[in-house]
Design a protein around this ligand. Structure first.
Ligand code: ZN
Ligand code: ZN
Length: 379
């Protein structure tokens, strides 16, 4: 009976497996008014509100321009038509294209899969409709470059995929899921770096969920300086999997520590005004913290506020007074919540696998396949 049930489960899961596609608003803040579309691999078909117009092969390029509420399409200077919506759909086995902007000039990017162009009131919106894992690979390169070890790319891919699926409604008003800037996740189009493409494909469909099978807030930061931070210490929301952990992996990195010199009067004035008067002036100018703290001792002044006010690299630092200055010696870079990227890269270099690394920074989470997520959702 148990065996039959698990077979049934496997069957139900398998029928829900399908390629996920996602819509990304590209050149989000660039206001592209005119560009060239060229087929770089595969074959494309041009669809508009009046149906299929023509097929394009790899030698084709189109000039696309926004004119008075319409998208004008020309080929070799010859007008094909003016439309409200243009859909350039890949119909080959492996399709990618290039967008080269004419106005503003000089932007040139390559993308996987499909391109939708929608005429709006004062401009056109370019939307890259593509396979989720192709998108994830592009994001991984834009976010972390090509230097990290391959195992690291896998966990970054899982984080970026989890983020994307948890935020598909972020740009609902604009008619797409996510934009291509840091507001959502940086995405500069297709990656041609094999290690990243493979990492995305080898983790295809993998996402991180909490104990209720909900996608987690997969927070990460550059470097924690030896200890990560509880989520509520930065964002007020307490999430059980974003707990402070001691991390020795990032400590040897060249950017592990920082120093900032601040005018003594300025520092003293700000802190005195924000601290109860029972606190000795000397404590304000000279202190050292062992474990990471949320608040300055015996007060409601958060280190997060100081980080923001004095533009510090992290909330983890000691202070020492000199003649007219206060020298802050700190550790880490970023908000400190969730995964420490420098630590995770070091773990990957030491031979830990992506699952071990994710579980080290996110307490009590599960890595599951997207199809299982759909299954639980429908339940
Ligand atoms: Zn966005
Ligand atoms: Zn760290």
């Amino acid at each position: 009976m148990l065996k039959n049930l698990s077979l049934l489960f496997a069957f139900l899961v398998s029928i829900t497996v399908h390629a996920e596609f996602i819509n990304i608003g590209i050149f989000a803040s660039k206001k592209v008014n005119s560009f060239t579309f060229s087929v770089r691999a595969g074959k494309y078909a041009l669809f508009t509100e009046s149906g299929k117009v023509k097929e394009l092969n790899s030698k084709t390029s189109l000039n696309i321009k926004y004119i008075d509420g319409f998208v004008q399409v020309k080929e070799d200077g010859k007008l094909i038509g003016k439309y409200r919506k243009v859909n350039l759909m890949g119909i080959g086995w492996y399709n990618h294209f290039m967008v080269k902007s004419v106005s503003p000039s000089g932007l040139e990017r390559r993308y996987d899969d499909n391109l939708k162009i929608v005429a709006q009131r004062s401009q056109m919106q370019l939307i890259n409709n593509l396979d989720l894992d192709n998108y994830v690979a592009g994001v991984v390169e834009a976010e972390v470059g090509r230097n990290p070890p391959k195992e690291y790319f896998k966990l970054q891919a899982i984080i970026c995929r989890t983020y994307a699926l948890a935020n598909t409604e972020k740009h609902e008003v604009g008619g797409y899921n996510l934009c291509d800037e840091v507001h959502c996740q940086a995405y500069h189009g297709k990656t041609f770096f094999n290690n990243i493409v493979e990492a995305s494909m080898q983790t295809r469909g993998a996402v991180i969920v909490d104990s209720d099978i909900q996608l987690i807030t997969a927070a990460f930061h550059s470097s924690c300086g030896g200890q990560t931070v509880n989520s509520e210490d930065v964002w007020s929301k307490s999430l059980y999997y974003l707990r402070s952990v001691k991390d020795t992996f990032c400590l040897k990195h060249r950017n592990a520590t920082w120093e900032k010199v601040i005018d003594k009067n300025q520092w003293q004035k700000y802190l005195t005004a924000r601290l109860p008067n029972t606190i000795q002036p000397n404590t304000i100018l000279n202190f050292s913290v062992g474990d990471r703290l949320r608040y300055f001792p015996e007060s409601k002044l958060s280190f997060e506020e100081l980080r923001d006010k004095f533009r510090l690299r992290s909330t983890y630092f000691n202070a020492t007074e000199t003649d007219s200055k206060v020298v802050l010696n700190g550790k880490g870079f970023g908000h400190g919540v969730g995964l420490c990227q420098i630590g995770a890269m070091e773990m990957a270099a030491l031979g830990y696998n992506y699952s071990e690394i994710l579980h080290f920074y996110y307490s009590g989470v599960h890595i599951i396949d997207l199809s299982a997520l759909d299954f639980f959702k429908e339940d």
